[in-house]
Design a protein around this ligand. Structure first.
Ligand code: GDP
Ligand code: MG
Length: 595
């Protein structure tokens, strides 16, 4: 395939608008997978299937016949969720065009807007596609008008398809060939190759996904990474069709995979430029590394589970270099890890994978955003753990990360949404009409305020109709302080969190009440307190109680008695002794789940 017969493109869409279904259908009609094959080939991970979201981008090559000539179409999948917008932009950098897929009954949504601008900024050719026109509730005219209002796309440019029934699929393939430009590279120049993704395969080690921008690369050649200076030998190279299929070489404009004997995905610097050894080329403008925006402590549910958790963490991070991990010791939860994630969903998916794929039972502490604390001396700290946050008198300034958020909503919910954003310390930036009956709102919000129940609230006040997306914005100064929970005057590090001064008391009260409800009574009185920035703001008392399982046992059945005693011992194992108080590990688990 010469470059003029190659098209590299992505599908971008709001979640559930049919991206995976369309991708699968394209694979089917081009013969890459058998019809009725495994549903949603591109969503490989179990969590992805369950949640219907794509976490890791996947790439496939298709062959399409157009006017008697074969074209190589490389479909580079992108994750569908805001937490992974970093992966979206790097997938897009390997493309010349994108299919902008919109559900014809749901219309333009927040992620449609965010993804459109990611593609637009990279100057990609955009092919608008209205999907699900088989549905009775589809309103392609109305949605075409929204596309005009939001993106200045002419209604006549919009394709109308059903990924489910296959209607209009040929028009999609034709548009890919006709409207998306071929890659511009120099086939006879020195090798210049973009590394745009990498994943770990149990049997093959690290599989690198690359696009050849200039020249060609062959099996057996020696290549060099500009970012790390490391030399590698190309052990295998080929196309993803959709399974790795060796071809011996990749030519200018082609997208494929490469094995170079790499052991750890962390050596694969996404955005890196590779060239032939001793034939250096100018590096591409690399991507800035993904930044952790949410941190949380992850601990085994019982201390005995630490080794298993450790092993599970090692395996999972092999394949997800965007998770940062360091060891942490907690007075309440023992040995564990402090992990950094791209966002809350990323964190949730990671936890789910730990439990599902690796059988680890874990306690995840309340998530925290990386705040910058300026000390009176002028020294600046970036904190990943609320327990390390200094008390008020030791702080000159606190800066917190903020986001630029997009909300798309039917007009009737605007009032309630504005109220919600205001309660979350938001500032409105823009208010724009989108076709009839819909509005696009832009807000500046502290990232920390998106935690907890923000999404649930937004969905509930809009009956599920509002959609939301955000991108990282600058750090801003904020009046934040550390909130500690004290059990008999001893602070429990795993329960510390960072809160805004105005909300400290409410959060402190809620946590104390919840903790009192969850904790077993002890043989003495236990005082539960919340302290914000060093001042007590809430207090609860847990009255004394003599715990005796045998009291419940009438009749003196000896085997029953023994069983209960063993059970009590069993219960003890999972206890953490905080000062003089025993707290069941499950209490933390329940408290974290309660938010
Ligand atoms: P993604 O989140 O964008 O990858 O969306 P999916 O491909 O997972 O599709 C979301 C849901 O919409 C699934 O239940 C699909 O079966 C359904 N769906 C996708 N395309 C169509 C279509 O053209 N018509 C109808 N009726 N349903 C569709
Ligand atoms: Mg999907």
């Amino acid at each position: 395939f010469t470059p003029d017969r190659i098209r590299n493109f992505s599908i971008i869409a709001h979640v559930d608008h049919g991206k995976s279904t369309l991708a699968d259908r394209l694979l089917e009609v081009t013969g890459a997978i058998a019809y009725g094959g495994q549903a949603q080939y591109l969503d490989k991970l179990q969590v992805e299937r369950e949640r219907g979201i794509t976490v890791k981008a996947q790439t496939v090559s298709l062959v399409h016949r157009h006017c008697g000539a074969d074209y190589l179409l490389n479909l580079i999948d992108t994750p569908g969720h805001v937490d992974f917008s970093y992966e979206v932009s790097r997938s897009l950098s390997a493309c010349q065009g994108a299919l902008l897929l919109v559900d014809a009954s749901q219309g333009v949504q927040a992620q449609t807007v965010a993804n459109f601008f990611l593609a637009f900024e990279q100057e990609l050719a955009i092919v608008p596609v209205l999907n699900k026109i088989d549905m009775e509730s589809a309103e392609p005219q109305r949605v075409a008008q929204q596309m005009k209002d939001a993106f200045d796309i002419e209604p006549s440019e919009c394709l109308k398809v059903s990924a489910k029934t296959g209607l209009g699929l040929q028009t999609v393939l034709e548009a890919v060939v006709q409207r998306i430009p071929p890659p511009q590279g120099n086939p006879t120049g020195d090798l210049r190759m973009l590394l745009f993704d990498a994943y770990h395969d149990e049997y093959r080690g690290v599989v690198c996904l690359v696009e050849v921008l200039d020249g060609r690369v062959q099996k057996g050649e020696k290549i060099t990474s500009v970012a790390t200076g490391t030399n590698y030998e190309v052990l295998e190279v080929g196309l993803l069709a959709p399974n790795p299929t060796p071809t011996g070489q990749l030519l200018t404009g082609q997208v494929g995979y490469m094995l170079v004997g790499m052991k750890d995905t962390r050596s694969a610097r996404v955005g890196d430029t590779w060239h032939h050894q001793r034939r250096p080329v100018p590096a591409l403008p690399g991507f800035k590394p993904a930044k952790s925006m949410v941190f949380a402590g992850i601990f085994p549910l019982s201390a005995a589970g630490f080794e298993q958790l450790h092993a599970a963490m090692d395996r999972l991070t092999l394949n997800d270099a965007s998770v940062t991990v360091r060891r942490e010791n907690s007075n309440a939860l023992g040995a564990g890890f402090r992990c950094g994630f791209l966002g809350l969903l990323h964190m949730d998916v990671f936890r789910q994978r730990l439990e599902q794929e690796h059988g680890a039972s874990v306690i995840v502490t309340a998530p925290t955003v990386p705040c910058r604390v300026v000390l009176p001396s002028g020294e600046e700290l970036e904190l990943q753990n609320p327990a390390e946050f200094p008390l008020n008198q030791k702080i000159a300034e606190v800066w917190e990360p903020t986001v630029a958020a997009t909300v798309v909503t039917p007009n009737e919910f605007i009032g309630a949404i504005m109220q919600l954003c205001q309660d979350r310390r938001g500032e409105m930036q823009e208010h724009a009409v989108l076709g009839t009956g819909r509005t696009l709102l832009k807000y500046h919000l502290p990232l920390a305020e998106l935690g907890g129940d923000f999404y649930d609230e937004l969905k509930s006040i809009s009956s599920g109709y509002a959609s939301f997306d955000y991108e990282e914005a600058e750090y801003r100064k904020a009046d934040l302080q550390r909130l500690d929970i004290l059990i008999n005057t001893e602070a429990v590090d795993a329960l510390a969190r960072i809160v805004h001064r105005d909300k400290a008391q409410a959060v402190g009260r809620r946590l104390c009440t919840k903790l009192r409800e969850l904790m077993d009574r002890q043989q003495f009185e236990v005082v539960l307190q919340a302290s914000a920035g060093g001042k007590i703001v809430a207090r609860e008392t847990l009255r004394a109680f003599r715990k005796n399982v045998l009291a419940k046992c009438y009749g003196g059945d000896i085997s029953r008695k023994r069983k209960l005693l063993e059970k009590q011992k069993e219960g003890k194992k999972r206890m953490r002794r905080l000062g003089s108080v025993d707290v069941a590990q499950e209490v933390f688990h329940e408290l974290m789940k309660a938010g």
